[in-house]
Design a protein. Structure first.
Ligand SMILES: NC(=O)C1=CN([C@@H]2O[C@H](COP(=O)(O)OP(=O)(O)OC[C@H]3O[C@@H](n4cnc5c(N)ncnc54)[C@H](O)[C@@H]3O)[C@@H](O)[C@H]2O)C=CC1
Ligand SMILES: CC(=O)C(=O)O
Ligand SMILES: [Mg+2]
Length: 549
């Protein structure tokens, strides 16, 4: 509906980027022809925020809170971001993991309004036209998924769109990217989820996924169309299945401004958290045996950065690899397996390394923990409860401060619950999780927060950095710089009882610090124009969008 007042400016009341809702003043109501279209009382933004939080809390379930907040985002973006900013720790689990998983599962049933672009395979001849139909001309950041591996809940088809939408709202909340300059994209290439194919209300292209030859050709056409339409945009790949994620990154990382969040963002946050953890443990990463449960793109991506860090700390490449152990659904990665990709094979052990363990079949996680003095146990496996009491107690019997990160999302997929890890290790475990968990209770009555080791600490800051610095590529060194800057901000460095990662209340300031480190590295790597630290700081501040009328 367009108001028809004397100075009608084309629907300011219903434009989510410009509306103030009940906060339009009496003068503004007259000026824009809104008189009579709103209830009499003029409210402040703070009052609106209070009213909205009241509504959020009155909802019966988290998925209802998610639906309410998504609706608010579609109605009034300034108010939506003001609401999130007013209570980040409460808001984050509602717009992101774990609730967003349910939002993706029920995407078709919950459909309200369009947001972003749906690029479906049957429309592949019209990619350029579809990109030109984007709601906002100038775009700084795209998050794209094909919905095949959404968090740890598998193929959600078109419902995967919940993830780009959620991630981009955090680009704005934490990284200060103008919401009108963000674009969520869903590549709809079908789904292999039988429930969705049978669902009469499924809104995506109701076919099985296309084959790999067609798939990679479609992705190439998509990238080419993005290059034509938005040559400077940051293109973030999100929640692609492992067989597609690494090849896509390898193909495009030197061609445009792009990164894979699950591979590189996860690696950077994990390394940042490990910096605090090893400091508290009084060791170096290079002195640890590191076990990764899960050999998907996330697990291998993290280990690759762990390997680089160990080499930086003085190990040779082969010494570093020898300290990394990867266990997947079949067992330990060993060089005699014929089901490994090149990325996985790079972390496979010689079967001779485990020959004297006396095993009948492949070594499992329990075997590795029994025969190796494991200091760091990481989980990116989607396997709920895989860090069992026996495994954790065995590990904790050999090291003073076991570092245990169950990183799979959403909450139900976590490899262990922090309270259990804490109990099994007598409070010695240094813990970080992928999704939020309640704080740990201490005997002295204190509650200690559990760090949420999630790539949300990284991607908004990287987006802010490349936008501010006008970078043209995302280099490995830039992701390492992000990890170091995050690690430097670990509260555990100053207080060994504190969480391994900064509190959500500080996350925007930390994002500024990470962005400066990343931008500086972009300049050093020659992928951004020369600029002094002061220039970069100024540009980061100028890029930052904050909500308000
Ligand atoms: N905390 C964070 O920031 C992030 C967390 N993740 C989480 O990581 C998880 C994995 O993601 P991807 O690597 O893309 O998935 P993926 O499905 O490609 O890989 C899963 C891996 O775990 C292994 N696995 C599955 N069940 C297992 C079991 N019972 N025992 C041992 N290994 C098992 C599989 O063999 C495979 O190697 C997801 O839950 C995702 O939400 C991913 C990115 C970021
Ligand atoms: C956090 C994230 O990117 C994931 O679980 O896939
Ligand atoms: Mg992801």
């Amino acid at each position: 509906m367009t108001p028809t007042g004397a100075d009608d400016d084309g629907g300011i009341l219903t434009d989510p980027m410009r509306t103030k809702g009940t906060a339009f003043t009496a003068e503004e109501r007259r000026e824009h022809g809104l008189l009579g279209l709103l209830p009499h009382t003029v409210t402040t933004l703070d009052e609106q925020v209070g009213r909205c939080w009241g509504e959020v809390h009155r909802q019966a379930t988290d998925i209802q809170r998610y639906v309410y907040l998504r609706g608010l985002q579609d109605r009034n973006e300034h108010l939506f971001y003001s609401v999130l900013a007013a209570d980040v720790p409460t808001a984050l689990p509602l717009v992101y993991t774990p609730t967003v998983a349910e939002g993706c599962r029920r995407f078709s049933a919950l459909w309200r309004r369009p947001r972003g672009l749906y690029l479906a395979w049957p429309d592949r001849e019209h990619l350029a036209e579809m990109l030109r139909n984007r709601p906002h001309r100038e775009v700084d950041v795209i998050v794209v998924t094909d919905g095949q591996r959404i968090l740890g809940i598998g193929d959600q088809g078109v419902g995967g769109m919940g993830i780009p939408v959620g991630k981009l709202s955090l680009y704005t909340l934490i990284g200060g990217i103008d919401p009108a300059r963000t674009l969520p994209i869903l590549l709809d290439v079908g789904t292999d989820n039988a429930d969705l194919l049978d669902d009469p209300f499924y809104l995506g292209w109701r076919q099985r996924r296309i084959d790999d030859e067609e798939y990679f050709a479609f992705v190439e056409d998509f990238v080419a169309a993005v290059e034509d339409e938005m040559p400077d945009v940051l293109l973030q790949w999100e929640d692609f299945a492992t067989p597609h994620a690494a090849p896509i990154l390898a193909r495009y990382r030197d061609r445009l401004l792009t990164f894979n969040d699950d591979i590189q963002g996860t690696a950077a946050v994990a390394l940042g958290a490990l910096q605090g953890a090893t400091d508290v443990a009084g060791t170096r990463l290079a002195d640890q045996q590191v076990v990764m449960l899960g050999a998907g793109s996330a697990g291998i991506g993290v280990l690759e950065m762990v390997r680089q860090e160990m080499v930086d700390q003085g190990l040779t490449d082969s010494q570093a690899r020898a300290r990394c152990w990867v266990v997947d659904v079949r067992g330990l990665l060993t060089t005699d397996r014929d089901d490994l990709s090149d990325d996985q094979r790079a972390f496979a052990h010689d079967p001779a390394d485990v020959a004297d363990w006396g095993l009948d079949g492949p070594a499992q996680l329990g075997d590795v923990v029994e025969h190796v003095t494991v200091g760091v146990l990481l989980g990116l496996s989607t396997a709920q409860g895989a860090f069992t009491e026996e495994i954790v107690r065995t590990m904790a019997a050999k090291v003073d401060r076991p570092i245990v990160f169950p990183l799979s999302n959403p909450t139900a997929n976590a490899e262990a619950r922090p309270a259990d890890l804490d109990a099994w290790t007598g409070g010695r475990a240094l813990i970080a999780t992928g999704s939020p968990f309640p704080p740990l209770h201490r005997d002295d009555g204190d509650d200690v927060s559990v760090a949420q080791c999630n790539n949300v600490y990284i991607f908004p800051a990287v987006g802010l950095a490349v936008t501010a610095a006008r970078a043209t590529r995302v280099t490995d060194a830039m992701m390492r710089a992000a990890a170091r800057a995050l690690g430097d901000a670990s509260p555990a460095l100053a207080d060994s009882r504190a969480p391994l990662l900064p509190a959500w209340g500080e996350v925007r300031d930390v994002a500024d610090d990470i962005a400066l480190a990343v931008a500086r590295q972009a300049v050093a790597d020659g992928v951004a124009p020369r600029a002094s630290d002061d220039d970069l700081r100024g540009r980061i501040a100028a890029t930052r969008w904050t909500p308000g009328y």
